[in-house]
Design a binder for this molecule. Structure first.
Ligand SMILES: Nc1ncnc2c1ncn2[C@@H]1O[C@H](COP(=O)(O)OP(=O)(O)OP(=O)(O)O)[C@@H](O)[C@H]1O
Ligand SMILES: Cc1ncsc1CCO
Ligand SMILES: [Mg+2]
Length: 260
């Protein structure tokens, strides 16, 4: 079966991002490098209209305000009505009560196709006790066990990322070993990944394949960039270049995916 990267590049899906102030520029550039089209739109007055014109919607709570929660719910409902996928990135859930309550409110009112977060965020969203400081992941978590518990609780496909990524839905668990630690030294690599997952979901109804193809592609681009540059600044530039360059043949050679 061909890798969905080729389909994303030919269809150039429009991705509506309501995202945080730290990563807007990086997210837009990353989506362009991938071959998708980004648009950022946050105002309550326009998000329903924008989501209805897009091919996928990303809700990222990284620098949330009360107004933005309202906008996310309006956009999410519009996306649901239009039948386009919605990805939630629960940035920093567990770090403050406002983040946790807002993410749960969004999940209550919007039907989400995938939640993509690190283990600490997903654990807190699912009510599993874990310590989260700021926006980085928690340590010492058995991710497969977490995935199963969190899926039972949240009843929505999950992509839990870290050194090993795990994707869980009602039918399957997928593990992806691609990626590079330098991804944790550049801000917004998780946030951009959530938007990349949205781009892949926009071109396929097979949720498990769309998420795993997105994450393997992304991790391989990071491995190739890290082979060229070992410091965060130049790695970031090389990574954007590899998101543009990496092709289906390279992905098929380098992907490290197991399913159970
Ligand atoms: N130790 C690691 N080794 C290899 N790849 C990693 C490692 N840690 C994270 N990654 C990869 O980095 C990407 C981002 O995942 P991560 O879990 O760091 O997101 P995040 O914590 O939400 O990031 P951010 O908050 O900076 O946006 C994923 O592709 C993941 O596979
Ligand atoms: C650093 C940071 N703080 C809030 S959002 C964000 C971007 C990465 O999650
Ligand atoms: Mg994150």
């Amino acid at each position: 079966m061909s890798h969905l990267i080729t389909k994303v590049r030919s269809k150039q899906p429009l991705i509506h991002n309501i995202t945080n102030q730290v990563v807007m520029n990086f997210t837009a550039n990353g989506l362009y490098a991938l071959g998708a089209s980004p648009v950022m739109a946050n105002a309550k007055e326009e998000v329903e209209e924008m989501a209805a014109k897009a091919d996928a919607l990303v809700l990222n709570i990284g620098t949330l305000t009360s107004d933005q929660v309202e906008a996310m719910i309006l956009a999410g409902k519009s996306a649901n009505q239009a039948g386009i996928p919605v990805v939630l990135d629960p940035v920093g859930v567990g770090a403050t009560k406002f983040r946790t309550a807002s993410a749960l409110k969004i999940l209550d009112q919007v039907q989400v196709s995938c939640i993509r977060g690190n283990a600490g965020e997903i654990a807190n969203l699912a009510g599993v006790e874990t310590k989260v400081r700021g926006v980085d992941g928690a340590e010492d978590i058995d991710v497969q066990q977490l995935a199963e518990v969190a899926f039972t609780k949240l009843q929505c496909p999950l992509a839990i990322t870290g050194a090993q990524d795990i994707i869980i839905d009602a039918n399957q668990i997928t593990f992806i070993a691609n990626g590079h630690p330098l991804l944790t030294k550049v801000t917004g690599t998780g946030c951009l990944l959530s938007s990349v997952v949205a781009a892949f979901l926009a071109v396929s109804d097979d949720v498990q394949t769309a998420i795993s193809d997105a994450i393997s592609y992304y991790g391989i681009a990071a491995e190739l960039a890290a082979a060229e540059h070992q410091n965060p600044g130049s790695f970031q530039v090389a990574f954007l270049d590899q998101l543009f360059l990496v092709d289906e043949k390279t992905i098929n050679e380098k992907k490290r995916i197991t399913r159970s």
